[in-house]
Design a protein around this ligand. Sequence first.
Ligand code: FES
Length: 129
Amino acid sequence: MEKPRQTRRHFLRALILALAAVPLWRFLTPRMTAVKPVLRIGRDTIPVDGALVYRESRVAVMRTADEIYALNLTCTHLGCTVSITPNGIVCPCHGSTFNRAGEVLSGPASRRLDRLEVRIEGDDVVIFS
Ligand code: FES
């Protein structure tokens, strides 16, 4: 007669441990965040010292003599889409300005524009989110 009580107690203990382990498992396993390609463009289509702007993707692909990089055109102040002008990068919402590297020249934004991952694959440039 005593044996069924122990079994129930063991079962409840195991159930509680299992329920507690489910949320812990989520925090203990590494997150697999998928990095998705946003754009694929030909390397030769990017003008040297120029930029290709994809407003719908909020991406600008910039090229210097030494480097190809991509900027996220989301303003780091409150999230408006910045505009690239011949004189630099300007946010139309509150007037923050950035240089071509995405560094803040004047606020209210206090953080540079985010750079996106760029991979060169053959003659293509692939931009990842
Ligand atoms: S959202 Fe760009 S300066 Fe405010």
